[in-house]
Design a protein around this ligand. Structure first.
Ligand code: PLP
Length: 365
């Protein structure tokens, strides 16, 4: 054999399959396949991004100090005790997930997640040569007992999507119970990518847990409610020990200057986030009620998407997805999540959400 040979296992890592962005024969598509923001981006964030045009020859602030201050300030105003020193910013929360995995797991170690958790946990674990372990869910919701049952002395990390990529969530008391039953050597990483959309009283993003323990990290993203998916910006809040580890591992300039500037303006524009939450609540409720009218089952959602269920035969999810694509509407298949009879529909603008229902009507008709 000749030529370079990658580390054992690298070629066994499945490729991440992003949501579709093209439909044959359609110049303009309705893209509801990646849970992007229905309302686009805050005007203030766009202005901050444009204002940086003349500074592109400068390196960014490698510590993202102003952005971390802005994040901490906004959450403090919300009543949470959050210190900028305990925040690490990344190129999307994907990077934070990779860094956590690389920092705490390696060959022989196990990375635990629930069956329909974000696929990047598994891919990141495989990427560092660790073993991903999936715990079954209950009603498409992470099951604390099933997770705890799979903790071994090799477990290094537990990733919990809360909310889950299925649209469900674990209430605060279950989150607290999961943490309190984990051994101290296990890092609990709570991925709260959809936290801004959740309006339930018994939901907690994990912020308060982080403040009280040295093995809990919460990750957040600017890709969803803040509408900055294209800039790649995420962050985590963690105890000093974890923050120190991540800062050693990350690239010295991992967050671009435009991302930092837009991120500061975006997080300070909470009025935009409130509009996004309100729009989402209205149209998610409407979509769910229309699905009921059409006799389509769905997983009740607290997020900006709804997973609709279809039968195994004939009117399948794959056929529904194909049919919608014929109308230029792109939604997500859930094959990578082991839910092949579901289609995941992001809440879009009013007209986009109506178009989904019209398309489903003709599909089922
Ligand atoms: C979208 C999403 C992310 C965020 O990814 P970014 O890298 O920040 O764009 C993380 N976790 C979950 C569950 C998501 O759905």
């Amino acid at each position: 054999m000749s030529g370079p040979i990658p580390r054992a296992g690298v070629l066994e890592i499945p490729m991440y399959v992003p949501g579709r962005s093209r439909a044959e024969g359609h110049e303009h598509v309705v893209k509801l396949s990646s849970n992007e923001s229905a309302l686009g981006t805050s005007e203030k964030a766009m202005a901050a991004y444009r204002a940086l045009e003349g500074e592109l020859h400068r390196y960014p602030d490698g510590s993202a100090a102003d952005l971390r201050e802005a994040i901490a300030g906004v959450h403090r105003a919300d009543g949470d005790a959050l210190d900028a020193e305990n925040i690490v910013c990344g190129e999307g929360s994907d990077e934070i997930i990779h860094l956590l995995t690389a920092a705490y797991a390696g060959p022989g170690d196990e990375v635990l997640h629930s069956a329909h958790g974000f696929v990047m946990y598994k891919l990141s674990a495989l990427g560092v040569g660790a073993t991903p372990v999936a715990a079954p869910e209950r009603e498409w919701t992470p099951d604390v007992d099933a997770l705890l049952k799979r903790v071994t002395e090799r477990t290094r990390l537990v990733f919990l999507s809360n909310p889950n990529p299925t649209g469900t969530y674990l209430p605060r008391r279950e989150l607290v119970r999961l943490h309190s039953c984990l051994p101290a050597y296990v890092v609990l990483a709570i991925d709260a990518a959809y936290a801004e959309y959740v309006t339930r009283d018994d939901y907690a993003s994990g912020l308060e847990l982080v403040g009280a323990a040295d093995n809990v990290v919460m990750t957040r993203t600017f890709s969803k409610a803040y509408g900055l998916a294209g800039l790649r910006l995420g962050w985590c809040y963690g105890p000093a020990g974890v923050v120190d580890v991540l800062n050693r591992l990350r690239g010295p300039f991992n967050v671009t200057a435009p991302a930092q500037a837009a991120g500061i303006a975006a997080i300070e524009d909470q009025a935009f986030v409130a509009r996004a939450r309100q729009h989402n609540e209205t149209w998610r409720n409407w979509l769910e009620s229309e699905l009921r009218r059409l006799g389509v089952t769905y997983i009740p959602s607290v997020t900006n998407f709804v997973c609709a269920g279809f039968p195994d035969k004939e009117k399948t999810a794959a056929a529904a997805i194909e049919h919608m694509m014929g109308h230029g509407i792109l939604v997500r298949d859930m094959n990578a999540y082991g839910l092949p009879n579901h289609a995941r529909i992001t809440i879009g603008l009013a007209e986009e959400t109506r178009a989904v229902v019209r398309s489903l009507e003709t599909f089922l008709g």
